[in-house]
Design a protein around this ligand. Structure first.
Ligand code: 2P0
Length: 323
């Protein structure tokens, strides 16, 4: 179906896609082949942090570069990229893929999300498929679930959909800018995590009793976060996002065997955030499938937060905004 729409091009094409951080998480699939989620989710894209990919056709074999270094054919990166390219590959043709991440690869900052969104973008250009954003989102999802959200800037909702073929499982921009919003990245560890999110997700769905409550939890949290965005209610946004992330981790911790991504430093950061809130400093956190913590706060307290966390990498999600 995808191959039917392609027209060959000899060009070298480049596309950028931002990383994204879920405020209401995607955790669990109803179809592992098509990356169809159990629930909808909602994220914020990370502005200029993400992946830039350059693609061209190559003679004889595929070649992949990750941050300037040619990758081994047997690496996870090469295998996942090859599998994805095979969906589009015309007979007897090969690709050269040059991927540059300005975020730590595999450090819980979802470089696979920006990676597959950028790859879908360059394939769309190289083969002149002229897909709209919604179609691009469906294609990106086939590479990695959360990649369907990285097709857009700003706040993004991924609709879970109900169809078996996944054509109603795509992301959409919420078209709401909140220029004062800041994300602070606290990198606790850049090491490869002990268990990838794909495997962790499947295990949680299969063995966690707490996970049975997750779909209801998401319905509640999505409503609250959208209300918070529409009403610029930062406390509601922060409280709901933080609690949603902890609920996801609770389900993982309660699965068998326990999936526990936090390091001592991760927990220390949680406590520092809670202590600040006790002092009426409005800062919240969210955390993905790894030990790194992302802080949520508004521009007005940026100096206070930098004083508290000098190593923080601050992202202004709406800086180069065009939603
Ligand atoms: C998210 N995560 O919503 C959640 C929160 C991690 C924790 O999406 O198997 O790389 O490729 O669909 O998208 C990470 O999982 O998984 C993720 P696949 P993905 O951002």
């Amino acid at each position: 179906m995808i191959k039917g729409r392609v027209r060959l091009s000899s060009a070298k094409v480049t596309a950028f896609a931002p990383a994204n951080i879920a405020l209401c998480k995607y955790w669990g699939k109803r179809n592992t082949e098509l990356n169809l989620p159990v629930t909808s989710s909602l994220s914020i894209s990370m502005g200029r942090l993400g992946t830039e990919t350059t693609l061209s056709l190559n003679e004889n074999r595929d070649v992949f570069y990750l941050n300037g270094v040619q990758t081994d054919q047997d690496s996870v990166f090469s295998k996942r990229t090859t599998e994805y390219l095979d969906l589009f590959r015309p007979d007897n043709s090969f690709f050269s893929v040059d991927t540059k991440n300005n975020i730590p690869t595999a450090a819980g900052l979802a470089s696979s999300a920006s990676g597959f969104a950028a790859l879908a973008g360059v394939l769309n250009r190289l083969f002149k498929m002229e897909l709209d954003k919604k179609e691009l989102s469906v294609l990106a999802r086939l590479g990695s679930g959360s990649a369907c959200r990285s097709v857009y800037d700003g706040f993004v909702e991924w609709h879970a959909g109900a169809r078996d073929d996944g054509m109603d499982s795509y992301a959409e921009s919420l078209k709401a800018a909140w220029p004062e919003l800041r994300i602070g990245i606290m990198t606790v560890s850049e090491k490869q995590k002990p268990k990838g999110s794909r495997e962790a997700m499947a295990q949680t769905v299969k063995t966690s009793f707490f996970y049975r409550n997750w779909p209801d939890r998401v319905i509640h949290d999505l409503t609250a976060i959208k209300e918070a965005i529409n009403g610029r209610n930062f406390e509601l946004l922060g409280e709901t996002s933080e609690s949603n992330a902890l609920a996801m981790h609770a389900a993982m911790i309660e699965s068998s065997p326990a999936i526990f991504y936090w390091l001592p430093e991760t927990i220390r950061i949680f406590h520092r955030v809670w202590e600040l809130r006790q002092k009426l400093v409005p800062v919240y956190f969210t955390i993905d499938a790894g030990p790194n913590v992302k802080l949520l706060f508004l521009q007005g307290i940026e100096n206070r937060i930098i004083k508290e966390f000098p190593d923080l990498q601050i992202v202004k999600p709406f800086e180069s905004e065009n939603v």
